[in-house]
Write a protein that binds this ligand. Structure first.
Ligand SMILES: O=C(O)C1=C[C@@H](OP(=O)(O)O)[C@@H](O)[C@H](O)C1
Ligand SMILES: C=C(OP(=O)(O)O)C(=O)O
Length: 430
């Protein structure tokens, strides 16, 4: 087993800058994590070389590039666009998943096609993220795996160079990434793959739609006509150059700043149509009182002076919860964010982390197993814990716009999905 990364020395807390007036900024965001990591996996499985243009150059995507390189592809991630030349999938290899759900759920089904042993591990916190759906499915498909009976990282996978495929039934209520991961590699299994979900509803369905869309664009036949059943036919994955859309979920803290400061923020290149969960921000921020317009120059969000409380089911777009919770804590009225029990298996238990940290600044947040109730109260400064979670750092930054003295415990957690959050935040504030 590769040794887990040594724990980093304690970070120096980052003083979240208070806004001195309404923000008025154009914020250009790097590529979507979800699109980049799907594009990289598909490029490594493809029948010829391809280019992933405008990828996200951040920790999660660099870990994906490293994993695919370790398994036999040539991934040149040295430039602005990344070139992928697929190679014969092979072990022995060691895959560091970091804290990336996309790496820990998308790479094992691909590694099952490799010839040789592949060892998977990740950060300490990655070792408690749910993996059951992927590990059980691979075992059902005849892939030999050793996980010490834990059902989580670390584990060793013994690839045989091929997977017969067929049909698996899994419980994907903990993460849509179980389904996405299996579908992404399924066309390369001898008989293709049918994935059936049995259990509580699958979260983050737009992310599965993104997987299906990107597979179809690569020439794979996918049937998703029956709810909770997805079928990928066996066949080649066609090489195709992809231009990655900006990361719309990563836009959340910047757009939130427009509401908090009664300012204006424009995010260029916001796609007219997309499967990214972050697109739901248009409706959600409107519900919270913003004026939101898709203009030729990008998505424009203006604060109107009011921040309404929000009552919303975020089951499909859970990754937006942290920043919406920050806004809710600063709103004019109470909020209920529902359908988000699965966030307890994200980078950290986000429901407990959000309640604990907002309350530590004087807030009034209560959690149920799958929701947060947020009643705004005057907040005060203090240390805002980040739990290695990029989106918790975003929350500290948004609160810090309105509350003097917020210290974000470890702002470097943001490098999971943004190479330079602090720099972009400084641009935002002028
Ligand atoms: O497939 C993806 O790219 C993602 C799926 C979602 O995961 P869950 O279904 O585990 O929530 C989302 O929260 C995560 O940020 C990215
Ligand atoms: C849940 C998230 O990430 P991951 O891809 O690691 O699951 C997230 O980015 O909010």
């Amino acid at each position: 087993m590769p040794a887990p990364a040594p724990s980093a020395p304690a970070a120096t807390p980052w003083p979240a800058p208070p806004a001195t007036g309404p923000v008025d900024a154009v914020v250009r965001l790097p590529g979507s994590k979800s699109v980049t990591n799907r594009a990289l996996v598909l490029a490594a499985l493809a029948d010829a070389p391809s280019v992933v243009a405008k990828p996200l150059p951040a920790r999660d995507t660099r870990l994906m590039a490293a994993a695919l390189s370790a398994l036999g592809s040539a991934v040149d991630a040295s430039g602005e666009d990344w070139a992928v030349t697929p190679g014969r999938l092979r072990g022995p290899a060691a895959v560091d998943c970091g804290l990336a759900g996309t790496v820990m759920r998308f790479v094992p089904p691909l590694a099952a096609l490799a010839d040789g042993t592949v060892e998977f591990d990740g950060d300490e916190r990655a070792r408690v993220r749910p993996m059951g759906g992927i590990l059980e499915a691979l075992r059902t498909l005849g892939v030999r795996l050793e996980d010490g009976g834990r059902g989580t990282l670390p584990f060793t996978l013994h690839g045989q160079g091929r997977v017969r495929g067929g049909e698996v039934t899994i419980d994907a209520s903990a993460s849509s990434q179980f389904v996405s991961g299996l579908l992404l590699s399924g066309a390369r299994y001898d008989e293709g793959l049918t994935v059936r979900h049995a259990g509580e509803p699958v979260p983050s369905l737009p992310h599965i739609e993104m997987t299906v869309d990107m597979l179809r664009a690569a020439g794979v036949t996918v049937d998703d006509t029956t709810p909770d059943v997805w079928r990928v036919e066996p066949g080649p994955v066609r090489a195709r150059d992809v231009v990655v859309e900006p990361d719309l979920s990563g836009a959340a803290p910047f757009l939130a700043a427009a509401l908090v400061t009664q300012g204006r923020v424009v995010v260029p290149d916001w796609p007219e149509r997309t499967t990214q969960a972050g697109d739901a921000l248009r409706g959600l921020l409107t519900d919270m009182g913003a004026s939101v317009q898709l203009l030729p120059e990008g998505l424009e969000v203006r604060g109107t002076g009011r921040v309404f409380g929000l009552d919303a089911d975020l089951h499909d777009v859970g990754e937006l919860t942290p920043v919406l919770a920050a806004l809710a804590a600063l709103a004019d009225g109470p909020s209920t964010l529902r359908g988000i029990g699965h966030l307890r298996g994200h980078e950290t238990d986000r429901l407990t982390a959000l309640a604990t940290e907002i309350n530590a600044l004087g807030g009034d947040v209560t959690e149920t197993p799958d929701s947060l109730h947020i009643r705004p109260r005057p907040l005060h400064g203090g240390l805002f814990g980040t739990y290695d979670d990029h989106r918790l750092a975003h929350v500290g930054a948004v609160l810090g716009l309105a509350v003097p003295g917020v210290l974000v415990e470890d702002v470097t957690t943001t490098t999971k999905t943004l190479p330079d959050f602090v720099g972009l935040w400084a641009t935002l504030l002028g």
